[in-house]
Design a protein. Structure first.
Lengths: 410, 404, 301
């Protein structure tokens, strides 16, 4: 205990020097915590924006659906399954869909598209499609034969809100399926390719159109956050194990492998920056502690001469370094946490060319922050670890000091 | 003289100075290298885009950029455009293409594709498509051969030599098509390209789309990338309003945004790292100044002005930073040279391919990339020295001399 | 674009010429200086481009020209203007009972035009398909809509069967887009017990938009009526079998009145066409091949 107090006193022996080193640490801690919060937030948003445009965090399908995508691969949900999906805590939202390739035509112009039948109420709990309507409105539960298409698709068909489009295809029963649908809304999506081929009708309409009964093609499920994807998948596996259709559960990572890789790559770049920053600060701590040790040669020599064990000296110097870092850490966190939390509540809206870059990769032009406890204790651990490493050389030097030589210095 | 003085002061406590120099070097080397990798990535993105399809400049019929349809063509093999290009010494190479959409099918699968008709020889001078061949032969070796991206061939479940059928809507709106054999497979850094593009000979594409001798575009590469804009404007003026002349930056503004955003990232990185460094430098200077209080007092007593004292301290800061910079830059350049064959990022191949970046990335550091860190380092060093310098200057000579 | 199951339908595309206006298989005789692997009597031999056990074929009589025979066989099934009335039945594991569609068609062989009108079931009655050259239009009376079928839809199933829209439209005929080779004479073919059949190989031209490897066809040696066709991909794997039975005399021609298509990669699937009426050299009104006619849904030709 005496050692701790001694160490603490030593730290404040040269207040200016300590202050500068602490300041460097505060600076580093602040930057690291705030930027980790930013990177985390941005990545989460990237994943969320992507999964909330299409497949959710987990996509439930029949076996072979992703490769073949025909009406032969279907799921049937019974009441128990619906109840399970409604009540599972990991499920933030779930959306059943039917997907089929049909001909869409306005007058003579026609295009083949993959039309998606959705349950409007449930769909909004998973995707943001209903918020991306730029003209008209999204499909509503009550009105029959409404269709919403991508703006670019509308352009290609020469269609606008209010026009009637013909849907034509082959039903599950191999009968021809055809019907007229009214365009009630146009969608604008960040992915141009998706926008050119997106057509949405109500689930009930499409099931009737395809004489599909109560079968569905896929279920998109949303988790609380991308980190909880695994937990969601496990919960779904257990909860829906009873289904005859033997569903398969695909995570967003399997459906969008590019996305995950890009995020990891980005993280890598960020970790490198953190490493450089921390190293520089580490050198600063090293220098400070070393100078402190060298200045106190005489004192250390006296201590060793009167019987203080070298190990104790080592510990004292070591503690000094940790304390220095700890002070910086505390002040850094005191500044960083509120800042990060404030940004979490007030995301930054970007404009200009930055906004365009965001929109290209399919993201909203906002910088979101997300602070987690793991960030905090990981950063703390990192700083303390660096301080510990930085302390090794000076501490060793101090404990090896020769009392006789030390006493001779003036 | 002051310079030499400052230098000697630094090395009075070699260990301390050495540690600071090492810190500065590590900071600079690390930042430069990591920016080097980033620049390498952006470079690759731009290079890939330019070398796979964009070229430096593209010429189309007027109105093509707004609405790229099959019918908007440059008639007569774009003879006037070609003539203008041949006359201009800034042009390194040019080629013509036909562009359309279609459906390609094999016995087992079908896919919607972009069909591009290219001139065998010339295309090789302009784009890297020829080098991107991983199997089979380039166009021109045999008639009715199509080149497919590797992933497209996989999707269609075809191999070299297999027969495929291409259906399109030609220039008069008629449904038409033709049979071709897979003559070659290519693999470019861009996954999008590989997945959705079919290459045919220019002549055969013109026949398929019933275009006669018209072409969809002329693609140009220049000797000196800095001359792109100048060439573009002069071409546009010469060729008149029936054609559009666009530079790659205009066709893909996103690439430009990416470059700009990396520059901004660099700024933040250097600012953060050098600020952290500045604290360390300041600390060391402060200690040094404190130790030399008596000496400084003496210097002041014999007539050295306050300003010169400040200057001396500032110079010491500059020296430390300078040496650190030199060492750091040397390390960064050395590492860049060592890694010139590229860092293996194949674990991220898919993600990178989405942006047209190959999985082997070499860091890139050019002369102008050093400008920013140099300036920021200089400013950081200057700021770091302020407090110690002022502190040194404030001491009154008499008191300083009495200092122990 | 859809792959997989839809892709399989492409394999059946080559059926189009055989389907719409009638059928023709050609006999190809390679003269001694040809290259056709005519086999000696009774010997089993491997057929080039085909995987599986060889065929036991007899030698071919001299003096027959492959292309001439191809044309004659084609003529047996089609005339310059042909009227066809048939019932198509589709079987699939999805269906408890097979689905039936009745239709009539008119073909102008020289002008590369044809017209199909669906007669039954009621929901599809009045639907029309107009083919002009390589373009296909479709009309649905209930919603009074005409549309042009885009390339992406050409490979989709026609009326829910194992045929595709493309089969309806393909300009190529087995005479124009293929080379023909006689392989030999089969003395015992399932579809015509007791009769002899010429066995022909159809090999598509390089520039034809056909992705088949080849088609092996059996034709009655006497009447030149089609008996069977087997469709192979380029690796020699058999993908489809088309059988022709219930042969009857119509004027100077012998026509099979039941055609059955079995896709080998889709177990439980089968499409059959019964000929209800077929008339050759009919009077064709020009107005049949117009959009105006397409958009009338009454039954007058």
């Amino acid at each position: 205990m005496g050692e701790t107090r001694l160490a603490w006193r030593n730290v404040w022996r040269s207040p200016r020097r300590t202050a500068l080193t602490v300041a460097a640490t505060v600076f580093a801690v602040f930057l690291v915590v705030v930027f980790v919060a930013m990177t985390r937030g941005v990545h989460e948003k990237m994943i969320e924006d992507s999964v909330r445009l299409s497949s959710g965090h987990v996509l439930v399908t029949a076996p072979g659906y992703l490769q073949k995508r025909t009406l032969d691969e279907f799921l049937v949900l019974d009441d128990a399954a619906v109840h399970t999906l409604d009540t599972l805590p990991e499920v933030v939202g779930w959306a059943p869909r039917v997907v089929s390739f049909v001909l869409l035509s306005r007058d003579v112009t026609s295009r083949g598209v993959a039309v998606m039948g959705v349950d409007p109420a449930r769909e909004s709990t998973v995707t943001t499609l209903s918020t991306r309507v730029v003209d008209g409105h999204f499909i509503r539960g009550g009105s029959p034969h409404e269709i919403v298409i991508g703006e670019r698709l509308a352009e290609r068909l020469g269609a606008s809100v209010g026009d009637q489009l013909l849907l034509y295809g082959v039903a599950y029963t191999l009968e021809t399926a055809y019907d007229l649908y009214t365009v009630v809304g146009l969608l604008r999506l960040p992915d141009a390719r998706l926008e050119r081929s997106m057509a949405i009708v109500s689930l009930a309409d499409l099931q009737e159109f395809l004489v599909f009964g109560d079968r569905i093609s896929e279920i998109a499920v949303l988790a609380e956050s991308s980190e909880r994807t695994g937990a969601l998948r496990d919960a779904l596996r257990r909860g829906l194990a009873m289904l005859d259709s033997r569903p398969v559960f695909h995570t967003w990572r399997e459906v969008m492998p590019d996305l995950e890789q890009l995020i990891v790559l980005d993280d890598l770049g960020f970790y490198v920056m953190v490493a450089i920053l921390i190293t520089v600060v580490g050198f600063g701590i090293l220098n400070t502690i070393l100078m402190a040790v060298l200045e106190r040669q005489r004192e250390l020599g006296v201590m060793l001469a009167v019987g203080l064990r070298p190990a104790a000296v080592f510990r004292i110097v070591f503690l000094e370094s940790l304390m220095l870092a700890a002070v910086g850490l505390v002040f850094g966190l005191v500044l960083a946490v509120p800042t990060a939390l404030w940004f979490e509540a007030h995301p930054i809206h970007v404009g200009g060319t930055m906004a365009a870059t965001f929109e290209f990769v399919g993201m909203e032009p906002v910088i979101v922050f997300r602070l987690t406890s793991s960030t905090l204790w990981k950063s703390s651990l990192l700083i303390l670890a660096v301080a510990a490493v930085a302390a090794l050389y000076p501490a060793l030097k101090a404990s090896r000091a020769n009392p006789v030589d030390a006493l001779r210095t003036i | 003289m002051l310079l030499r003085f400052a230098w000697r002061n630094l090395w009075r406590n070699p260990r301390r100075t050495a540690i600071v120099v090492v810190a500065v070097s590590v900071g600079i080397a690390g930042s430069l290298l990591s920016m080097g990798v980033n620049y390498g990535m952006v470079d690759q993105m731009v290079v890939t885009a330019i070398r796979t399809e964009l070229g430096h400049i593209q010429v189309h019929a007027a109105g093509w950029e707004d609405e790229p349809t099959l019918q908007k063509t440059l008639p007569g093999g774009a003879a006037t455009v070609v003539a203008a290009l041949e006359r201009d010494p800034r042009v390194r190479a040019w080629t013509r293409r036909v562009r359309g959409d279609g459906l390609v099918n094999s016995p087992r699968a079908s896919a919607g594709v972009r069909v591009i008709g290219v001139e065998g020889e010339r295309e090789g001078d302009v784009s890297l498509l020829r080098e991107a061949l991983v199997a089979g032969n380039w166009l021109g070796a045999a008639p009715r051969r199509a080149l497919l991206g590797e992933s497209l061939a996989e999707r269609l479940q075809v191999e070299l030599g297999d027969k495929i059928a291409v259906s399109v809507q030609d220039a008069s709106g008629d449904l038409t098509g033709g049979g071709f054999r897979v003559g070659g497979l290519f693999h470019t850094p861009s996954s999008e390209l590989d997945r959705s593009t079919l290459l045919l000979g220019l002549g055969e594409a013109q026949v398929l789309f019933a275009l006669g001798d018209a072409v969809s575009e002329v693609v140009v590469v220049v000797h000196d990338p800095d001359e792109v804009e100048a060439l573009r404007t002069s071409l546009a003026k010469e060729l008149g309003p029936q054609v559009e002349v666009r530079s790659w930056a205009q066709l893909e503004p996103l690439l430009v945004y990416m470059v700009q955003s990396f520059d901004m990232m660099a700024w933040y990185l250097y600012a953060a790292v050098f600020t952290a460094m500045a604290f360390g430098i300041a600390n060391v200077l402060l200690m040094a100044v404190h130790e030399r209080t008596r000496e400084i007092g003496m210097l002041r007593a014999i007539g050295m002005s306050r300003r010169r004292v400040v200057a001396m301290v500032v110079l010491e800061s500059m020296w430390v930073t300078g040496v650190g910079l030199a060492v750091g830059m040397a390390v960064a350049l050395g590492a860049t040279w060592l890694l010139r064959d590229g860092i293996d990022l194949s674990a991220f191949a898919q993600g990178l391919a989405a942006y047209g970046v190959p999985p082997r990335l070499s860091p890139v550091l050019r002369a102008r990339d050093f400008g920013m860190p140099l300036v920021i380092a200089g400013v950081a060093a200057g700021l770091a020295s302020l407090w110690p310098a002022l502190h040194a200057a404030r001491e009154r000579p008499a008191e300083a001399l009495r200092h122990v | 674009m859809r792959s997989g199951a839809h892709g399989r339908r492409i394999a059946v595309r080559r059926l189009r010429p055989l389907l719409l206006a009638g059928m023709g298989c050609a006999l190809a005789l390679a003269a001694a200086q040809g290259g056709a692997p005519a086999e000696t009597q009774g010997q089993s031999a491997a057929v080039p481009g085909v995987r599986g056990p060889g065929l036991s074929l007899e030698a071919v009589p001299e003096g027959l020209d492959a292309d001439v025979l191809a044309r004659r066989a084609d003529d047996n099934m089609r005339s310059a203007s042909t009227y066809f009335h048939g019932r198509m039945t589709v079987e699939s594991p999805r269906l408890a009972t097979p689905r039936s569609i009745t239709f009539e068609s008119w073909e102008d062989r020289g002008g590369k035009r044809s017209f199909v009108r669906i007669l039954a079931p009621p929901r599809d009655a009045g639907t029309g398909f107009l083919k002009l050259g390589s373009n296909l239009w479709m009309y649905i009376p209930r919603v009074e809509r005409t549309m042009r079928v885009p390339p992406s839809m050409m490979l989709q199933s026609w009326m829910g069967s194992d045929f595709t829209n493309d089969d309806l439209v393909r300009e190529s005929s087995e005479v124009e887009d293929y080379d023909h080779r006689l392989l030999g004479v089969d003395p015992s073919v399932e579809e015509a017990p007791g009769r002899r059949a010429y066995v022909l190989a159809y090999v598509p031209h390089e520039d034809a938009a056909v992705v088949w490897g080849r088609i092996i066809a059996w034709i009655d040696a006497e009447t030149l009526a089609p008996l069977r066709q087997e469709f192979y991909d380029e690796d020699g794997e058999k993908l489809r079998v088309l059988r022709f039975t219930d042969h009857r005399r119509v004027g100077t021609r012998t026509v099979p009145f039941l055609w059955t298509l079995t896709p080998l990669d889709k177990p439980g699937h089968r499409t059959a066409i019964e000929v209800l009426e077929i008339r050759f050299d009919v009077e064709l009104d020009e107005s049949i091949f117009t959009r105006r006619h397409l958009e009338r849904s009454d039954r007058d030709g």
